[in-house]
Design a protein around this ligand. Structure first.
Ligand SMILES: [Zn+2]
Length: 342
């Protein structure tokens, strides 16, 4: 690769992508240039590339789960970042850029900011050798935490937001539908909050890792659905105890029925709450990295595939068929950890 040029995945139209050579982006004021070490692949990327997404603008380099190393800083900007970083630092990138002044931002839900610009959706993301991110979005990776563990901060942040919105607390019976990477993280993080957690998963292999169950429990205080199937939502609603809360965590693909029949009378008589959860706030990223750095929440056993970026198609198939667990992509294959079994 020539200097000033990098390899990247570029989506020009929904339904496909190309491996392109793009100019290495220049950091602007209060921005940093980051050399991507590892980027996580999730169902959202599958949606972005193959089906399209509400927040996607094209053309775009996808990738919203990114850990890398700061290689250059742009000129100083007006706003003071939450964390000071220097060239050479390992950082996790909170994928959003928010305005800080709109009603959502002021109530601590910057993921719902009316000016929200998400990496991989509104601006270029981590499916590339380099990415530019605002200093405002950078969180240093704790010493002792590997890059491939730190990149779980993104999905884990979204899980922490969902647990918060579901009001999950000590002693709650918590049902998680789906033992994919998100469901497994929800289960582990929910248990750390003191909830009696049950993960419901029809697939035997996935169930084993999450210590899950095939059938739903008779009753749960909180149900979080981490699988994009309306049947799972109906099953979760049916299992809610009086005053129970359903968290709508997983979006549905366009082909799925996103308006299943729900009995309002059942919600009424049982005082059920239904709450959506989409993405995460900056503080969830900080909390996720702290949790991962503490060693209280293990994630390394969830990585099923470490692939070079050029094997994205294989990664997308693994995610689509739900045959792998967490799939990680490496723009620089030399950075793939040695112990990789693939
Ligand atoms: Zn805002």
């Amino acid at each position: 690769m020539q200097p000033g040029v990098m390899q990247a995945v570029l989506v020009r139209e929904v339904g496909g992508y190309e491996l392109a050579e793009l100019p290495v982006p220049e950091p602007g004021p209060a921005e940093a240039l980051i050399r991507v070490s590892v980027t996580g692949l999730c169902r959202t990327d599958l949606k972005v590339i193959r089906h399209g997404h509400r927040d996607l603008t094209l053309p775009r380099v996808p990738g919203e789960e990114v850990v890398g190393r700061v290689v250059a800083l742009g000129p100083e900007g007006a706003a003071a970042p939450a964390h000071q970083v220097a060239v050479g630092d390992r950082v996790y990138i909170y994928p959003g850029v928010w305005c800080g002044v709109c009603p959502s931002c002021r109530r601590g839900a910057e993921n719902l900011c009316r000016e929200m610009r998400i990496m991989g959706f509104h601006r270029d993301g981590g499916f590339a050798e380099h990415v530019v991110a605002p200093l405002q979005s950078l969180i240093p990776v704790p010493a002792g935490l590997s890059d491939e563990e730190a990149v779980f901060a993104e999905p884990l942040s979204c899980c922490l937001n969902a647990l918060e919105l579901g009001g999950v607390s000590e002693g709650d019976a918590l049902g998680i539908w789906g033992a994919g990477p998100a469901g497994t993280l929800l289960g582990r993080a929910g248990s750390l909050r003191g909830a009696e957690t049950v993960v419901i998963e029809p697939d035997e292999r996935r169930r084993a890792l999450a210590c899950g169950h095939a059938a739903p429990p008779a009753m749960v205080d909180v149900a979080i659905v981490a699988v994009g199937a309306s049947e799972a939502y109906l099953e979760a609603l049916a299992a809610l105890a009086p005053r129970g809360r359903l968290v709508v965590f997983s979006g549905l693909l366009p082909a799925a029925d996103d308006a299943p029949h729900v009995s309002l009378n059942r919600l009424h008589y049982n005082e059920h709450t239904v709450v959506g959860a989409y993405g995460c706030a900056f503080r969830h990223g900080e909390a996720a990295l702290e949790l991962l750095g503490s060693g209280r929440l293990r994630v390394d056993d969830m990585i099923s595939h470490r692939l070079p970026l050029r094997d994205l198609e294989r990664g997308l198939d693994l995610v689509a068929r739900r045959t792998g667990m967490k799939v990680h992509l490496y723009p620089d294959p030399a950075l793939i950890p040695e112990r990789s079994p693939q």
